[in-house]
Write a protein that binds this ligand. Structure first.
Ligand code: PHE
Length: 509
C-alpha cells in the first residue's frame, strides 16, 4: 500500500522544494505571464497579480500543502478524510481537469521541442521572417505527433519510481532553468532599448487596473502559475513528513515561482522593446512565446541559433518539471484509492492522456467560417484552455476553500499547521479561507460568466458616473472599481494581519 505510514517520502527537504517549485515554474511563467502582462498593458498587470498572490495564492497554497501533508493522501483521499464525500467528489472532478490540462500542456511542449530542433536548421535561414512559417510548419507536421509521444515517454520515465525519479530530475532541471532564464534576462536587458521593457512592465498603470478583466486574468494566472486547483501540491505534499513546516514551504515555493515569473516577464519585455515589436493585442499566448519572442531572438546581434535553442530548451525543461507534477496528481490519487501498482496506474493515465495530447497535435487542417485554416489542435486547445484556465481552476479553488473553511473547520487545520510552523498563522487566516477566498473567486467567476454571455458592463447599462479633470470627462465605472476596492482593502488587512502575527509570534500557541 502506498498510503499511511509506509508511504514514499522525499529524500530531503530541498528535494521537495525543488519538486514543488519545479511544478509551479513552467509554461505558465514563460508563456502565459508575459502574454497576459502584455495583453493587459504591462504596469496594469503586476499590481493585481501581486495582490492575487497574497490574498488568494499564498493562503490556498498553505491549505493544499497542509491537507496533503497531514492526511498523507493525494487530493481525493485528503478531501474525503477532511470534508467527507462531497470533498472527494470535487477532488476527482479537479483531477479530470488535471488530466485534460496535462494533455494540452504536453502538446505545447511537443511544439516547443520541435521548434528547439528547428532552431539549428531552417528557423533562422532567412532571418526573422521565417519563424512564423516554421511554427506553421510545426503545427501541420506529423513529426509533432512523434514529439508528443516522446514527451509523454519522458514523463513516464521521470515518474516511474515516484519521488525517487522525480527528485533526481528536478535536482538537475530546476537549477538549469534558473541559469538559462538568468542568462536570457541579462542578454535581454543589455540589448539596446531592452531596459525600456522593464520600465513598461513595472511602471504602475492606475488607469488599466480599473478594468475587471485585469483582475480576472491575474487570479487565473496566480492559480495556474502556483499549480493550485489541480491537486498537484497536495499530491507532492503527501510525500512530506507530517511535521514539516507548511508555512515556510508554501512561502518558499510561492516566492521562487513569482520571482521566476517576474524575471521571465522582464526577459520577454526587454526583447519586445529592444526590437520595437508590437504584437497585436490579440496575439495568442502561444504566438507570443513560440513566434514573437523567437523573432526577436533572430534579430540578436550574435549567437541567435544558440540563444533560440536555449530558449526553447528552457521551455521544455521548465515544462517537464510541471507536466510530471500534473500527471502525478491523478496517478497518486488512483493509487491511494484502488491500491494499484504505480506501473499499472501510470500506464492507464498515460494511455488516456497521451491519446488526448496526440489529438491536440494532429496536423489536420480545419476551416471554420472562412477563417484561415487552423490545425484542429489549436482550436481544441483554445477551447479547453479557455474553460480549464478561466473557470475550472477557480471553481475548484472556491469549493476547496468553502469545504475546508466551513465543513472541516479551518481553525482545526490552522492549529495543526501552527504546531510545526515557525511563522504562526493568526485567526485572520480563518476568515481569509472561509470568506475572502470564496467570495473573491465567486466575483471573478461571475464576471467571467457575464462576459461569456456578452453581458459587458456597458451592455448591462450600469455605466458609471462621470467626473471631470480639467476639461476632459473621466468616466468612473462603479462596478468595475468594486473588485479593486475589495482587493485592495483585503490586501491591506492581510498585510496588517501578517505583520501583527510576526510581531506576536510566540503568543499564538
Ligand atoms: N504551474 C505550472 C506552470 O506555471 C502549470 C501547472 C498547473 C502545473 C497546475 C501543475 C498544476 O506552468
Amino acid at each position: 500500500m502506498s498510503t499511511g505510514a509506509n508511504r514514499a517520502i522525499w529524500g530531503s527537504k530541498i528535494g521537495f522544494v525543488l519538486a514543488a517549485s519545479g511544478s509551479a515554474i513552467g509554461l505558465g511563467n514563460i508563456v502565459f505571464f508575459g502574454a497576459n502582462a502584455y495583453r493587459y498593458g504591462g504596469g496594469a498587470f503586476y499590481l493585481p497579480y501581486l495582490t492575487a498572490l497574497l490574498v488568494l495564492g499564498l493562503p490556498m497554497m498553505i491549505v493544499e500543502l497542509a491537507i496533503g501533508q497531514q492526511e498523507r493522501r493525494a487530493l481525493p483521499g485528503a478531501m474525503r478524510r477532511t470534508c467527507g464525500k462531497t470533498g472527494e467528489f470535487f477532488a476527482w472532478w479537479s483531477l479530470l481537469n488535471a488530466t485534460i490540462i496535462a494533455m494540452y500542456y504536453i502538446t505545447i511542449l511537443a511544439w516547443s521541442a520541435s521548434m528547439m530542433f528547428k532552431s539549428f536548421g531552417p528557423l533562422f535561414a532567412d532571418g526573422a521572417a521565417s519563424v512564423g512559417s516554421t511554427f506553421g510548419g510545426v503545427l501541420t507536421s506529423w513529426m509533432t505527433v512523434v514529439f508528443t509521444i516522446g514527451i509523454w515517454a519522458l514523463n513516464v520515465l521521470f515518474l516511474s519510481k515516484g519521488t525517487r525519479t522525480i527528485e533526481a530530475v528536478v535536482k538537475l532541471f530546476v537549477p538549469l532553468m534558473w541559469v538559462f532564464m538568468l542568462m536570457l534576462v541579462v542578454r535581454g536587458l543589455t540589448l539596446d532599448g531592452g531596459f525600456d521593457g522593464l520600465l513598461y512592465l513595472f511602471t504602475p498603470d492606475f488607469e488599466g487596473i480599473k478594468s475587471p478583466g485585469v483582475w480576472q486574468g491575474a487570479c487565473s494566472q496566480i492559480f495556474f502559475s502556483l499549480s493550485l486547483g489541480l491537486g498537484t501540491m497536495t499530491a507532492y505534499a503527501s510525500y512530506l513528513p507530517k511535521k514539516s513546516d507548511t508555512v515556510t514551504n508554501a512561502g518558499m515555493v510561492s516566492f521562487l515561482n513569482c520571482s521566476f515569473e517576474f524575471i521571465a516577464g522582464v526577459a520577454i519585455f526587454s526583447i519586445l522593446f529592444a526590437f520595437s515589436m508590437h504584437p497585436g493585442q490579440d496575439t495568442g499566448t502561444l504566438g507570443m512565446s513560440l513566434v514573437v519572442v523567437p523573432t526577436g531572438i533572430a534579430q540578436f546581434p550574435a549567437m541567435q541559433t544558440l540563444i533560440a535553442f536555449a530558449f526553447f530548451l528552457l521551455m521544455v525543461v521548465a515544462g517537464l518539471t510541471s507536466s510530471i507534477s500534473i500527471i502525478e496528481s491523478p496517478v497518486a490519487a488512483l493509487q491511494d484509492k484502488f491500491g494499484w501498482s504505480r506501473r499499472k496506474t501510470l500506464a492507464l493515465v498515460t494511455i488516456f492522456g497521451a491519446a488526448g495530447s496526440v489529438a491536440f497535435a494532429l496536423p489536420q487542417m480545419l476551416t471554420i467560417n472562412d477563417q484561415p485554416a487552423q490545425p484542429l489542435g489549436i482550436s481544441l486547445l483554445e477551447l479547453f484552455d479557455h474553460w480549464a484556465f478561466g473557470y475550472s481552476l477557480l471553481v475548484v479553488g472556491m469549493v476547496e476553500a468553502i469545504l475546508i473553511g466551513h465543513i472541516y473547520g479551518i481553525k482545526k487545520l490552522r492549529e495543526k499547521i501552527n504546531a510545526h510552523s515557525r511563522v504562526k498563522l493568526g485567526a485572520w487566516f480563518d476568515f481569509q479561507i472561509k470568506w475572502v477566498v470564496p467570495v473573491l473567486l465567486g466575483i471573478v467567476l461571475l464576471f467571467n460568466i457575464a462576459e461569456e454571455c456578452g453581458l459587458t458592463i456597458e451592455a448591462l447599462g450600469i455605466s458609471g458616473r462621470g467626473f471631470y479633470i480639467g476639461d476632459s470627462k473621466q468616466t468612473f465605472d462603479g462596478l468595475s472599481a468594486m473588485p479593486i476596492v475589495v482587493f485592495l482593502t483585503w490586501f491591506l488587512i492581510t498585510l496588517v494581519g501578517a505583520l501583527s502575527i510576526t510581531a506576536h509570534k510566540g503568543a499564538q500557541k
